[in-house]
Design a protein around this ligand. Structure first.
Ligand SMILES: [Zn+2]
Length: 296
């Protein structure tokens, strides 16, 4: 029969075993310890049983219903999302609301959900490290050091480009590195202004302006820059540095998923486990189109 001609799968022929949810959680703790999470955060296992075997893991930024569709269609037994499904306390997980519906579908399908949020931001190789690396920064250090971590762990990163470049050229580079989303990239500052020292923070970073100024950064790349913090920062800079580059929150964190998946795969492989790990292909940026002056 034709299927007998197929090579046997590693599960059948190798010595590797499939990890349980609990064993994946131990690997997660090794890479992104819970002690690095901010006090207000909610990380770790959200739904699922520790003794269930996991042969397929899907990484995603957001645990949306569309991501869940993708996970279940692929046969994943675990989703690792960056954003928590439940950050604020709840009184009900009834399926009458979107979060309860996701929880019901997870449990009914036997798919677990775990969150790696600010612990993933802060850790070495975390979200902002990946951004710094993608932008070509060197001599990288945290904008705000973690209280409980190593000197290289903490929120945001600051480092230097190999050469001074114009704000316009750097913004173009940021645009080309991040995934394509409807909102694009917004920039505040002189197009021809030269920059070399770059501060980055994946996700919403507008609470970090004091640290950005203290770091002597020429430009700050982050997401979700609201009017007042951005406006006040530009006033303080009197039109000069630090310039601002506002990117998609989703996009700034999405870049981390592939190296995170690879890092988890390496830890599990080193422990003799066999799992298939994928990054979600769903764009969970909430915006669909944008109008700018001069649009047709
Ligand atoms: Zn985020």
């Amino acid at each position: 029969m034709e299927e007998n001609l197929q090579p046997s799968s590693p599960e059948q022929s190798g010595t590797e075993t499939v990890p349980t949810v609990g064993e994946v959680l131990l690997a997660i703790e090794e890479l992104w310890p819970e002690s690095l999470a901010e006090g207000w955060d909610a990380v770790g296992l959200v739904a699922g049983r520790a003794d269930v075997e996991v042969s397929r893991i899907l990484f995603a930024v957001d645990p949306t219903s569309e991501v869940l569709d993708e996970a279940l269609a692929w046969g994943a037994q675990l989703i690792i999302s960056h954003h928590p499904l439940l950050l604020k306390p709840v009184n009900s997980v009834a399926a009458t609301g979107p979060k309860g519906e996701v929880l019901h579908r997870l449990i009914e399908s036997g798919c677990a959900l775990a969150t790696v949020h600010t612990n993933g931001d802060s850790a070495v190789g975390g979200v902002s490290d990946v951004l710094a690396d993608a932008f070509g920064l060197s001599e990288v250090k945290p904008l705000v050091r973690s209280q409980d971590g190593l000197p290289e762990e903490g929120i945001g990163r600051v480092g230097n480009l190999p050469d001074a470049t114009t704000l316009a050229d750097f913004a173009e580079s940021v645009f080309s590195i991040l995934p394509s989303v409807a909102g694009g990239v917004r920039v505040a500052g002189d197009k021809d202004g030269l920059i070399r020292r770059v501060a980055v923070c994946g996700g919403a970073g507008d609470s970090l302006f004091d640290a950005v100024r203290a770091s002597q950064a020429d430009v700050f790349v982050t997401a979700d820059l609201r009017h007042h913090p951005a406006s006040e920062a530009r006033e303080r800079a009197a039109g000069g540095r630090p310039y601002l580059i506002d990117v998609s929150h989703f996009g700034s964190e999405w870049l981390w998923l592939t190296p995170a998946a690879a890092a988890l795969g390496n830890v599990l492989t080193d422990q003799g486990f066999l799992t298939d790990i994928r990054v979600s292909s769903v764009n969970t940026d909430p915006w669909d189109f944008v109008l700018t002056p001069g649009h047709a």
